[in-house]
Design a binder for this molecule. Structure first.
Ligand code: GUN
Length: 286
């Protein structure tokens, strides 16, 4: 069997067209969604991600502000900048690009962002709400994965979803999100013994580890949906995922490519969360 490709790029394009209309409509009601992105230092990958996020905002008509600091900024100065944005009327969403320099606590930064502007969905209040199945900001990568599955008409309820990776950004929230959607969820990680025994049971396999070639055809069930969150550079400097794409595509039912799969969807869900933040703020003014 040759898998059908799930083009995150194409799904993202459609969603962005829809969002553009929503933003226009909000503007007519006097709501102009705004996102502030904070970048500390000059990590080339972070710079490239941030540039993409700002460009996306422009495409759908969301106001964006890029705020850059040198990596010598103190933790308290950064927290002060976030507090200022918490109060800024033109800003509905705040994103601080991770990773941060070692002298700055990710935890303190995330917890300083006002929960109502937490468009990354990383604040403990957002995560706690997701855990108890309340309306909140869902972290962008897990939300993007679910949107892609919706786009291909893949139901989630009752499916066995196996997630490889337990990061706070992807693996853990993805597990919770799928559980909320009535899937049976197994989470695997670096200490899991005999990983293949689990991955082979997956109806939907989500791989988010950051290790090129971790999952091969022998690790996948015939016809499974394979979502590759990995972003690695191979020896030739080419961007590759965690899944051996060429061999797994011969066995899976659906597969996401890297690049052009999960990445564009993550970016798109940030826009969606920013629009949600702007709508909520307006509702709470009433
Ligand atoms: N670094 C890598 N991915 C992300 C993300 O989704 N949000 C933030 N803030 N930083 C990241």
């Amino acid at each position: 069997m040759t898998a059908q490709l799930i083009s995150g790029k194409a799904v993202a394009k459609t969603k962005k067209e829809e969002m553009k209309a929503v933003v226009e409509n909000l503007k007519e009601q006097g709501i102009h969604p705004g996102l502030a992105v904070i970048l500390v230092g000059e990590n080339p990958a972070s710079m490239s991600y941030v540039k993409g996020k700002i460009k996306d905002c422009g495409e759908v008509g969301i106001h964006s502000e890029l705020i850059r600091f040198p990596d010598t900024i103190s933790e308290s100065e950064l927290l002060q900048a976030i507090r200022k944005l918490n109060e800024a009327n033109a800003i509905h969403g705040i994103l601080v690009q991770l990773p941060l320099p070692d002298h700055i606590s990710d935890r303190k930064v995330i917890e300083t962002i006002a929960p109502e502007k937490d468009v990354d969905g990383f604040h403990p209040i957002s995560l706690g709400k997701m855990m108890t199945n309340q309306e909140t900001f869902v972290p962008c990568t897990p939300a993007g994965i679910v949107e892609m599955l919706k786009a291909i008409g893949c139901p989630v309820a009752g499916k066995h979803v196996v997630i490889v990776g337990r990061s706070n950004i992807v693996g853990k929230p993805a597990g919770q999100l799928f559980l909320n959607l009535d899937a049976t969820v197994t989470t695997c990680h670096s200490k899991t013994k005999n990983l293949s025994q689990y991955t082979k049971q997956a109806d939907i396999l989500v791989v988010a580890v950051g290790r090129a070639g971790l999952i091969g055809a022998e690790d996948v069930k015939e016809g499974a949906v394979v979502i590759d969150v990995g972003m690695n550079r191979n020896d030739q400097g080419k961007l590759v995922g965690d899944v051996k794409f060429d061999e797994v595509k011969e066995k899976a039912g659906f597969i996401t490519p890297v690049p052009g799969g999960v990445g564009p969807m993550t970016r798109t869900m940030l826009l969606e969360n920013t629009i949600k933040a702007a709508k909520w703020l307006k509702q709470n003014e009433r």
